[in-house]
Ligand binder design. Structure first.
Ligand SMILES: Cc1ncc(COP(=O)(O)O)c(C=O)c1O
Length: 447
């Protein structure tokens, strides 16, 4: 049988697109449009004013019958993202292979470029995933750990971190150690968090696995202060022994205004279908080059360099961090490609403005609730140690019943998925200060 030409093979396998990514095509406009020049821009896009919060809210098809204080659990994206998704779905439905081959390179590069602008990162350091959980599984599953190494994590992380670490330890023989960073979330302090975490680090610590904003309490970790601390501990360690700071950032990405440089961590994992209001089933992993070097691919990537290595029977590349750790296989591409619109939407409003809007409402909410007898605000008041997640406990109300009653009153709230269950309410760019006042009054009425 005739051997396929390299290009034919790559086109047939759908990896031609990553060739285009690698070649670094230079169109600068990441706007969604297909090969036929159709644009994803909604017809009345000119009516969108990113400086006007009412206009921002108008971009979301979320029903007005409810104030959405749990919109972050799984995002309903703004219509700009929906329009891109529809455009790509139509293209794929009409001529699947043609649309894929013509557009994948540009569209995937646009996603990486947008994510890189948003994070202040290099696009080559970003892998694309389907969720935070997939990203954590890829990082902790792919990290080369030795049996004599330790993974340090905390009591406050979500199931996805704890389980990925448990599986990684079972495979490698590494030990896992967990520390508690605070006793009472409401009185947590940045200094105490850093001190308690660092007290758990030993010469054998290879990974420090933490969560930026705890979804069980609303506490926000001072990641930059934490990342400064292992720098001392890492002094003099061999590259393979360095403690890597790995962060689940899903409840901060889309809220907090920080670049990866400012954070100073080694790995940042996040879904983009919560606070970033991206397409459902999307996420990213960013890692610096040293960290990528320590992480093997878990799922074979569909990038052209890995394919070429396979064809040539040579070793798979370990450089090209993000590209070669992005799981291969064909995906729900319309969702993945529409992700660039979500980053652009946030960048258009401004990261600082989104952070300010979220924090202002969270402070208003916590202050309002603090005055109600029978309600305990679990999340700290101070903005430095909290974000958009606000957790509450009631003296006499069952949180599940309270969530149901609030729903009847027109307020969407949630529950924490941890051993200690709290009610969780989150203001965001789809809620308003008036709705925050309404929510406080509705909670007072419950009591
Ligand atoms: C801290 C934290 N990490 C990860 C997840 C899971 O995110 P994803 O659905 O993107 O996997 C959640 C909740 O959904 C969470 O609260």
């Amino acid at each position: 049988m005739a051997r396929l030409s390299r290009r034919t093979f790559l086109i047939g396998s759908g990896t031609a697109a990553t060739a285009a990514v690698l070649a670094g095509c230079t169109d600068d406009e990441p706007a969604a449009s297909d090969g036929a020049g159709r644009s994803a821009a909604p017809s009345d896009a000119s009516a969108f004013d990113p400086a006007d919060w009412a206009s921002v809210r108008d971009q979301f098809p979320l029903t007005r019958d409810l104030a959405h204080f749990s919109a972050f659990v799984l995002a309903a994206p703004p219509r700009q993202v929906g329009a891109a998704l529809d455009l790509h779905r139509r293209g794929l439905d009409e001529d699947t292979l043609g649309y894929l081959v013509q557009n994948e390179g540009d569209l995937e590069r646009a996603v990486l470029d947008s994510a890189a602008s948003y994070l202040g990162a290099e696009n080559a350091d970003i892998a694309l995933t389907d969720s935070t959980t997939m990203g954590l599984g890829l990082v902790y599953g792919g990290l080369r750990l030795r049996a004599n190494q330790q993974v340090l994590t905390t009591e406050h992380d979500f199931f996805s971190t704890h389980e990925s670490l448990r599986l990684a330890a079972a495979r490698s023989g590494a030990t896992i150690s967990r520390v508690s960073l605070y006793d009472e979330p409401a009185t947590a302090s940045a200094d105490e968090i850093v001190a308690r975490l660092m007290a758990g680090v030993t010469p054998a610590t290879r990974v420090v696995a933490v969560t930026w904003v705890h979804s069980g309490t609303g506490v926000k970790l001072p990641i930059n202060a934490i990342s400064a601390a292992p720098a001392d501990l890492n002094a003099g360690r061999a590259e393979d022994d360095r403690a890597l700071l790995c962060v689940d950032g899903v409840h901060a990405v889309g809220v907090e205004d920080a670049t990866v440089d400012e954070l100073g961590c080694d790995v940042l994992v996040s879904g983009t279908h919560k606070w970033l209001f991206g397409p459902r089933g999307t996420g990213i992993v960013w890692a610096n080059q040293a960290a990528w070097t320590a992480i093997d691919a878990v799922i074979p990537p569909f990038d052209v360099v890995s394919f070429e290595a396979w064809l040539d029977s040579t070793a798979a590349p370990t450089t090209l961090g993000g590209l070669t750790r992005t799981p291969g296989g064909f995906h729900t591409f319309e969702y993945r490609w529409a992700l660039s619109e979500a980053f652009q939407f946030h960048l258009g409003i401004g990261k600082a403005e989104v952070a300010e809007r979220t924090h202002t409402q969270a402070t208003q909410l916590k202050e309002g609730l603090a005055g109600i007898d029978g309600v305990r605000v679990v999340t700290p008041q101070a903005a430095e140690i909290s974000s958009g997640v606000v957790c509450l406990a009631f003296d006499s109300l069952d949180p599940l019943t309270a969530v149901g009653d609030l729903l009847t009153a027109g307020y969407g709230a949630g529950l924490t998925a941890y051993r200690t269950g709290y009610m969780r309410v989150e203001p965001s760019i789809v809620t308003t200060p008036d709705e925050v006042d309404g929510l406080v009054a509705a909670i007072a009425d419950l009591l």
